[in-house]
Ligand binder design. Structure first.
Ligand SMILES: Nc1ncnc2c1ncn2[C@@H]1O[C@H](COP(=O)(O)OP(=O)(O)OP(=O)(O)O)[C@@H](O)[C@H]1O
Ligand SMILES: [Mg+2]
Length: 258
């Protein structure tokens, strides 16, 4: 299920503003890749180019290539909705659908896809909630509103919703930044488990988190103020955090930045 992403020469624009420039990288399957870097350097923008969410913003566009196991995600015959199903996304603030029950939240994407018989839904909902480490906490209240869960539970609900459609890649933009330390550890444990099946990319401002969970890390930075963001360095996380090759990376990681 898990697939490799290969990006080459990618630029992303908002109108005439180029937010990121010339990003090339390989994101390996069955691993966690962390994006780190200062605010405004284009981490979220780049993440959204990977599943064609960037272009939903009016005036936003992408140049360059993104390949998923060799298939060009920006190819002329590729439908953005199918890309977004293959490459799921979890956001900074847990965003369960407020009027829907826990069950309906998990089933939402499946119903939209219109390809699952009702009789199968129960099984997939249970499996997804188990996959997101949430089943035991909610199995007796599946018909209660998703919005009634704690922040950490809501985030796991959103992860369950994302994995219910069986994506190949999971993109997570600061998924723990609104959570307490216990919920954060629960999500980190979950990511470690999910990487057996998925290609995972996480944006985080938490250096300990990047060091704890990721296999590889990319450091994004602005070449200069007002210039687009770039990938300064990408490497095995263990090496990046002990022996980065660029001074800017070291300054950022050790908190001497800016
Ligand atoms: N919807 C948008 N319209 C116009 N410009 C945008 C939009 N979203 C982001 N930008 C600009 O693109 C650049 C990169 O922003 P982005 O949100 O990708 O950075 P980031 O690295 O994720 O920052 P943070 O760490 O604060 O989340 C910034 O200059 C930002 O102002
Ligand atoms: Mg961001």
């Amino acid at each position: 299920m898990s697939k490799q992403i290969q990006v080459s020469g990618l630029d992303a624009y908002y109108g005439s503003h180029k937010a990121i420039e010339d990003v090339s990288m390989t994101i390996e399957p069955r691993s966690i890749t962390a994006f780190i870097g200062p605010s405004g350097c284009g981490k979220s923008t780049f993440l959204r180019t990977l599943n064609r969410m960037h272009e939903v913003i009016p005036g936003a566009r992408v140049e360059g290539k993104v390949l998923l196991d060799g298939e060009d995600l920006y190819g002329p015959t590729v439908a953005p909705v199918s890309v977004r199903r293959m490459i799921g996304m979890v956001f900074q603030r847990p965003n369960p659908f407020p009027t829907m029950s826990i069950y309906e939240n998990v089933a939402a994407g499946l119903k939209l896809n219109g390809r699952v018989a009702k009789s199968q839904l129960d099984g997939i909902v249970e499996e997804s909630l188990k996959g997101a480490n949430l089943w035991n906490e909610v199995k007796d209240r599946l018909n209660k509103p998703g919005a009634g869960l704690s922040g950490g539970q809501q985030q796991r609900l959103c992860i369950a919703r994302a994995i219910a459609v069986k994506p190949q890649v999971l993109l997570m933009d600061e998924p723990c930044s609104a959570l307490d330390p216990i919920s954060t550890l629960a999500i980190e444990d979950l990511m470690a488990k999910l990487k057996d099946e998925y290609t995972i990319v996480i944006v985080t401002h938490n250096m300990q988190q990047a060091a704890r969970v990721s296999d590889r890390t990319a450091f994004f930075n602005l070449a200069e103020q007002g210039k687009p963001g770039k990938v300064i360095e990408m490497d095995e996380t263990s090496r990046m955090f002990t022996n980065p090759s660029q001074k800017a990376t070291e300054d950022y990681i050790t908190g001497r930045f800016g």
